[in-house]
Design a protein around this ligand. Structure first.
Ligand code: COS
Length: 402
């Protein structure tokens, strides 16, 4: 990564600066060689994911995905560390970034809301790479509109019985455990959902279908048919499910911005090298002002995105209260601008930029899903506008009451 000046920004601690150097060196050795070839089929993808989880565990990086004292390094999830690790992994390989972050998102609800017993049972094994985790929220008829989910869990003695489907679930079929959100009916809409940890060997759990997508990513549709789990597998209280999901996403949305930055920085580095090596009209591409304009916009977008990502992660790490707005801004801007940066890099490469197997062609495929998963760009805009309007309304009402 050529530009490292952001590591001096005041949002970061010295421990983050040291971490950024360490993960960079480690990734160049352990991840870059694995990224050279994409898996040919699902068996190859599963094997690669397991290998990546093992390497990330051996390198100690999965310890950042859970809090201490349950196998983690820091007392709480260190969002700045998560962002820096995702950025560096994504710089080399989208699938390595996914293998890392799913251990965090898949256990985020346990870290934040799990009982002592649940944390002890699940988190150390995930941090050590002995178990693989997943987060099952989306359904065939409810992706963005979480409150409309229909998967239901009914209480039966000391158990809950889950029926329904989840879809587009990362690590589906690969994971040992799933955090599953289901309607328990305490109230209509968002207030009537609960969260459960479902082990992959739970009776009534099945993988219905695997999806192939444009960049390697294990993704599946899951079935729950009379799937029975003890009531002790619930996270938080009955009816807390929506808040469990949203609070977990508040932690992980800034990190999606971190991954987007990794893709954007790689695309920019590739474009900078190419623009200096390749000649057209008698001079290097880099001496054409239209190319310089593209380079300026790429650099600007990367820094603006990095500032928003750092701000959101810093706020989550150091300030009390919700960071929903900051997380939404970081995710929205970093993913949208990364898409633009990667697209400009492809343009600078010209025809070679769309040849299968080139780095910018891979980045072009890898970056696309980030504008959709963990809340599409449209949802992030709704969150940002919703908060701005609520604040304006509160101010008007306060003035009227004076
Ligand atoms: N943390 C804690 N509580 C939260 C919260 C957060 N980040 N966001 C909302 N809540 C609470 C609200 O305060 C509200 O509580 P009360 O009923 O006590 O007032 C409740 O949850 C409902 O909130 P809201 O009315 O904002 O919910 P909506 O149904 O309007 O939905 C969106 C909000 C659309 C923002 C939400 O459904 C969303 O983020 N969707 C995208 C889902 C997603 O990311 N899917 C990807 C799956 S993971 S790959």
């Amino acid at each position: 990564m050529s530009d490292q000046s952001y590591l001096e920004w005041p949002f970061l601690e010295d421990s983050h600066r040291a971490l950024a150097r360490d993960i960079r060196t480690w990734s160049e050795r352990e991840i870059a060689p694995l990224a050279e070839e994409e898996p040919a089929d699902r068996a190859g993808l599963d094997a690669l994911m397991r290998e990546l989880v093992n390497r990330l565990a051996a390198g100690g990086w999965l310890q950042y995905t859970v809090p201490a004292p349950w196998g983690g390094r820091a007392r709480t999830l260190d969002v700045r560390a998560l962002c820096l690790i995702r950025e560096t992994l994504a710089f080399h390989s989208g699938i390595a970034d996914l293998a890392f972050v799913m251990q965090g998102l898949g256990t985020g609800p346990i870290s934040l809301f799990g009982s002592e017993d649940m944390r002890r049972r699940y988190l150390p094994d995930v941090a050590a790479g002995r178990r693989i985790a997943a987060f099952a929220l989306s359904e065939p008829q409810s992706g963005s509109d979480v409150a409309a989910m229909t998967t239901a869990a009914r209480q039966d003695g000391g158990d809950y019985v889950i029926d329904g489907e989840k879809t587009l679930i990362s690590n589906g079929g690969l994971a040992d455990q799933y955090v599953v959100f289901a309607r328990t009916g305490e109230a209509p809409g968002a207030r009537g959902l609960s969260a459960f940890v479902v082990d992959a060997d739970a009776p009534g759990f099945s993988v219905i279908e695997h999806f192939d997508i444009i960049a390697p990513h294990p993704l599946a549709r899951l079935g729950f048919e009379n799937c029975r789990v003890p009531a002790s597998q619930m996270l938080g209280e009955p009816g807390d499910g929506f808040k469990v999901a949203m609070a977990s996403l508040d932690v992980f949305r800034p990190t999606v911005g971190g991954a987007a930055l990794g893709f954007a920085r790689r695309a920019c580095d590739e474009a900078l090298a190419h623009a200096q090596a390749r000649r057209s009209f008698g001079k290097p591409l880099a001496e054409h002002q239209l190319i310089q304009a593209k380079i300026a916009d790429m650099a600007l977008r990367i820094d603006a995105a990095a500032l928003l990502v750092c701000r959101a992660a810093w706020a989550r790490d150091t300030r009390p209260g919700r960071v929903t707005r900051e997380a939404a801004m970081a995710k929205l801007y970093a993913t949208e601008s990364a898409q633009e940066v990667v697209d400009e890099a492809v343009q600078i490469f010209g025809g070679m930029g769309v040849v299968v197997g080139s780095t910018v062609e891979r980045l072009y495929r890898e970056v696309r899903a980030l504008r959709i998963y963990e809340g599409a760009s449209e949802i992030q805009r709704l969150i940002i506008a919703g908060q701005a309007l609520a604040e304006a309304r509160a101010e008007i009402e306060a003035e009227a009451a004076e």
